[in-house]
Design a protein around this ligand. Structure first.
Ligand code: DC
Length: 218
């Protein structure tokens, strides 16, 4: 059975950076579950769906086609033959992704996609419910956290690099709002999976966190 390393945690807790490093350092494939919820949100918005209309979102997701392609040490996602890139990382998508990902039908479909990805080999999967819902039987489950100031500073730096103009207060408000919706939704809320190892990444570098997880996943 292929190994699955599960990395959960709130927005900007270091999940992506750490998961990509784990893939690079240990030669396994990186799977970004949040990108699937972002793709569903992006496509729904493109189709003119009201993201607060759960019924319309549920209907839309059943017809959405996403292709999975292994590229180097990651599983890439293509819609109509193209990777969406930073189109799914805008403040607009950030605003709409939590209501979309709270729709149970969306979660059922994305969970199935994520479980199917185990067939490509050993994987490291980052998200909000990977160790609690998608792969609860994996022996390698981790929950990353960091204080709100550190998370804001990290996300602010990333946003500036992407050319999104927001001030630090807006970034912090958006992060905390997403945490609130993600933690309080009925289906698969963000929580520490039972038995998962919790790592506070505030004082650590991404390399230190990745090395620790690799060591604990042998
Ligand atoms: O990790 P991210 O910021 O790209 O995730 C975007 C959103 O997707 C996040 O606000 C909540 C949702 N998400 C989720 O509900 N479950 C996951 N496994 C991953 C992401």
């Amino acid at each position: 059975m292929n190994r699955v390393i599960c990395i959960d945690g709130p927005a900007a807790s270091g999940k992506s950076t750490v998961s990509k490093l784990i893939a690079e350092m240990s030669g396994i494939k990186y799977v970004d579950s949040g990108a699937l919820y972002r793709i569903a949100t992006w496509q729904a918005l493109e189709a003119g769906i009201d993201t607060n209309d759960a019924e319309a979102v549920a209907k839309f997701i059943t017809g959405l086609k996403v292709d999975f392609v292994v590229k180097g040490n990651r599983v890439a996602y293509e819609v109509n033959g193209e990777e969406p890139g930073d189109k799914i990382r805008t403040p607009e998508i950030n605003k709409h992704v939590s209501p979309v990902s709270a729709v149970p039908e969306v979660r059922t479909i994305v969970t199935k996609w994520l479980r199917d990805m185990r067939s490509v080999g050993d994987i490291v999967v980052e998200g909000r419910d990977i160790g609690s819902v998608v792969y609860p039987d994996s022996p390698y489950r981790f929950y990353l956290d960091a204080d709100a100031e550190t998370r804001t500073a990290r996300r602010y730096k990333e946003d500036i690099q992407k050319g999104f103009i927001q001030n630090a207060d807006q970034v912090k408000a958006s992060l905390l709002n997403r945490d609130k919706i993600d933690s309080s939704r009925k289906t698969a809320p963000l929580k520490i999976p039972e038995g998962a190892i919790v790592i506070d990444t505030t004082p650590l570098t991404a390399e230190q966190v990745a090395a620790k997880i690799i060591e604990l996943s042998k």
